[in-house]
Design a protein around this ligand. Structure first.
Ligand SMILES: [Zn+2]
Length: 427
């Protein structure tokens, strides 16, 4: 355990730089880093890492390097602008445990901007909340990792183990960004991801699959509508069949540790629907985009096989007239995970959290996707997902609570010092 004087120097350094941290976070939010447009925000992070003297590795994701990995998510967009960045700190002397601090820069679509109180790309602070798309998910956390690292050094210390600060893309659609960093060779004794987790640690999360179902209809003139068959009506029947599978999976939640207390942990989201050519033809086609989830411990292949069976079943419904819907995978093909409660990393985080927040670290289960699965399932690293309080992530007026960002930054600064070890900095 670090001496109290050391800890208070580090905590003070977080406070001293907090205004600069908020400014940097605002600059990140002002870059609309939607999928396929992450390059400008990565430029900011690249410069920030260089300013700190980190050695920067930047590369564009290459699907050919990833596609044979079991955790790869199929890609439907160009990776032309999909750059990952890792800033590495190499200590003068090594006698601690190495660390990866991972954050993603991609943000989700805004929806109709008129529904926001102000532009999602104009960060504003109101009553202690910082607003903007990506504020909570997860630019505040991403900046917190960098400034936590700064605080240790500003307090007059230097870490005594390697630290890799990763800035990745594709967390919201495939998880291929973190996967690419792992396959490039980045590993450590622990990984920390500062996602918006209500000042708690994630104990378990679900696996996620994205897919697109296509239903073929038989087009006719509506005057003889009964001789055709309507692909959009049929798509509703397919959705009804998928809802039944969702309920069957939810019914097994008591068999999955950490999920029994949740009402409805498995959620199939119908995220998009397109079909038909115009009003005066019975539609010949309809496509439905789906995000499905499944419990940890179940392989993605098993979940996918059940989904395909379900689509086969749907063909038996009268609305489909025997036509079998087809499905292709369009993104995430990721398994869930449970964080082992016995790791030293968790103990160090819990102690750091207790000091910065003044209360014990709580854990919880989140029914969403997290890049932590890359580290835990394929890199054999404890991956701690922990971060600030937020509201309306993926919704309108997304916001993050700045005091909780400050507390999280303090936790991570103490965590770095304790986990990696520190020595007085050479001046
Ligand atoms: Zn996120």
């Amino acid at each position: 355990m670090l001496p109290p004087e050391t800890r208070s120097r580090i905590l003070g350094a977080v406070d001293d730089a907090f205004d600069a941290q908020v400014e940097f976070t605002r600059a990140l939010i002002a870059e609309p880093s939607l999928r396929g447009a992450e390059r400008s925000v990565q430029d900011l992070l690249h410069a920030a890492m260089e300013e700190r003297g980190l050695s920067v590795d930047r590369w564009t994701l290459n699907i050919d390097d990833l596609r044979d990995h079991p955790g790869f998510g199929p890609v439907t967009v160009s990776y032309e602008n999909a750059d990952n960045i890792v800033g590495s700190y190499t200590p003068a002397t090594v006698h601690g445990r190495s660390l990866i601090i991972n954050g993603h820069v991609d943000v989700v679509p805004t929806g109709p901007e008129a529904q926001w109180s102000r532009s999602p790309w104009e960060p504003a602070i109101v009553d202690g909340w910082l607003y903007g798309r990506g504020s909570g998910d997860m630019k505040a956390g991403h900046a917190a990792g960098l400034f936590a690292f700064d605080a240790v050094r500003a307090a007059g210390f230097q870490p005594t183990a390697p630290i890799h600060i990763q800035s990745v893309v594709e967390e919201e659609s495939t998880g291929n960004g973190s996967l690419s960093a792992l396959l490039r060779g980045y590993t450590a004794d622990a990984a920390v991801i500062l996602e918006p987790e209500e000042n708690m640690l994630v104990r378990a999360n679900v696996g996620v699959i994205w897919f697109r179902v296509r239903v073929a209809g038989r087009p006719t003139h509506p005057r003889e509508m009964s001789t055709g068959f309507n692909a959009i009506d049929a798509a509703y029947a397919v959705i009804a069949e998928l809802r039944q599978l969702e309920e069957r999976w939810n019914a097994t939640r008591f068999e999955h540790p950490h999920f029994g207390d949740l009402d409805h942990p498995i959620n199939f989201n119908i995220g998009g629907i397109t079909g038909g050519d115009w009003p005066s033809s019975v539609p010949a086609w309809c496509e439905v985009d789906v995000r499905a989830s499944f419990f940890p411990g179940i392989s993605a292949d098993t979940a996918w096989a059940e989904i395909e069976d379900c689509l086969q079943q749907a063909a038996g419904r009268p609305e489909l007239a025997g036509s079998v819907p087809t499905a292709e995978r369009t993104g995430f093909y990721s398994e869930g995970y449970v964080l082992d409660p016995a790791s030293d990393a968790e103990k160090v985080l819990a102690a750091a959290h207790k000091e910065s927040v003044g209360a014990p670290l709580e854990t919880f289960t989140t029914p969403g996707y997290l890049d932590a699965r890359v580290f835990s399932l394929y890199g054999d690293m404890p991956a701690l997902v922990y971060g600030p309080r937020s509201e309306a992530i993926h919704g309108y007026d997304e916001r993050v609570d700045l005091e909780s960002v400050r507390a999280v930054t303090k936790t991570i600064a103490l965590f770095i010092a304790e986990w990696c070890g520190i020595e007085e900095r050479d001046v």
